[in-house]
Design a protein around this ligand. Structure first.
Ligand SMILES: Nc1nc2c(ncn2[C@@H]2O[C@H](COP(=O)(O)OP(=O)(O)OP(=O)(O)O)[C@@H](O)[C@H]2O)c(=O)[nH]1
Ligand SMILES: [Mg+2]
Length: 343
């Protein structure tokens, strides 16, 4: 569990009495702690691949000025440290500001790596919520970061068990993945209940397993969370799948590059030789002029996507590409039949 967060904003690292120190929920600023802080700063510098960290005043002002002229904050990769039995993860911003998380002894800081980097980036570069100019701003930033990281620990890391690769008594495993918002959970809901709800969007956390009973047996559908922080679970969850479905949102071209990268990341790491890979180009109903598409149009869209995702390069993998709309039920029965007939 995360117990404390702190922030060091440097004036002169040689004289730590002038360092600005903020922390939440308790202080880290007692005089006798300066030795501890010095260890944190030098521990971070040793752990960072690139240097230097110049916590000095001039540099600080210069960077602040550049910041104002709309440059993004540079956020370094967090460094794990163990100092005086404290389990610490430090991250540097613009080489001048150090943020540290203090965890309980048995926590693994690496579990928090992505959330720490992502949240810092989101708060500073996307939401622009802090320029480190006044105390209130810095304190609010720290509290937000603390609460969000703590919630992540409580809700995600503690609540969800590691994926078990052998759920009991099933005859086929269907693994469904793809980046967030593609329509994966809507697809599962559609094939289980026949329903689609336009207004329903609840991002899947880590994964859900839904069972579908058919005369031929029981099919377990593994619906994976597509948000960035859950993608590292994909490789764990995909093991021993019979059918692997990768879903793409064909109406959201801005995210094609991201979707392609994530697909190929798994293709390069997992052996698909015993499985069928079905790539679904979902939300085809959102593509203009496709309400009553003719075969030509469908073929053109299919070819464009196959080209972009370089699916023709999938050597030695049994794959299919199908355009679908979970919303209008377009090709959904076909996909279900492919699953039922393959196993
Ligand atoms: N127009 C249209 N919208 C769809 C379709 N399929 C899903 N949606 C919508 O897309 C949004 C995201 O759907 P989800 O099924 O939650 O997406 P997901 O892939 O499970 O997302 P994560 O769980 O975050 O990975 C919802 O608002 C759905 O209603 C479709 O075929 N057409
Ligand atoms: Mg989902």
């Amino acid at each position: 569990m995360l117990t404390k967060i702190f922030l060091l904003k440097g004036k002169n690292p040689q004289n730590l009495n002038h360092l600005d120190i903020y922390s939440y929920p308790e202080d880290l600023t007692r005089k006798e702690d300066l030795n501890f802080i010095q260890k944190i700063i030098s521990g971070h510098e040793k752990g960072e691949k690139y240097k230097p960290h110049n916590l000095n005043n001039n540099n600080n002002q210069k960077l602040d000025l550049i910041q104002k002229i709309c440059k993004e904050f540079t956020i370094s990769s967090p460094v794990p440290q163990n100092i005086d039995k404290y389990n610490i993860f430090t991250l540097c911003i613009n080489s001048t500001i150090l943020i540290g998380l203090i965890f309980e002894e048995d926590d693994n800081p690496y579990d928090y790596k992505e959330i720490f980097e992502d949240l810092a980036n989101e708060l500073l570069n996307a939401e622009k919520c802090c320029y480190f100019e006044d105390e209130m701003e810095i304190e609010n930033f720290l509290i937000t970061l603390f609460i969000d990281i703590r919630r992540y620990g409580d809700e995600i890391l503690d609540k969800y068990p590691k994926i078990s690769i052998h759920p009991a008594g099933i005859s086929a495993k269907v693994f469904l993945f793809g980046i967030d918002n593609a329509g994966k959970s809507s697809f599962i809901r559609r094939i289980k209940t026949g329903q689609f709800n336009d207004n329903y969007y609840s991002p899947t956390r880590k994964f859900n397993i839904e069972y579908l009973q058919k005369p031929s047996g029981v099919y377990s559908f593994w619906d994976m969370g597509g948000q960035f922080i859950f993608r590292e679970q994909w490789l764990n969850g995909i093991q021993e799948s019979n059918i692997i479905i990768y879903m793409i949102d064909v109406a959201n071209q801005i995210r094609f590059e991201e979707a392609k990268k994530e697909l190929w990341n798994i293709i390069n790491k997992y052996d698909f030789s015993d499985a069928l890979l079905v790539i679904l180009g979902n939300k085809v109903d959102l593509i203009k002029n496709i309400n009553n598409p003719d075969n030509h149009q469908i073929e053109r869209i299919e070819n464009e996507i196959i080209d972009f995702f370089e699916l023709e390069k999938l050597a030695n993998i049994d794959w299919k590409f199908i355009l679908t709309s979970v919303k209008t039920n377009y090709h959904i029965d076909e996909v279900v039949n492919i699953v039922l007939n393959f196993v």
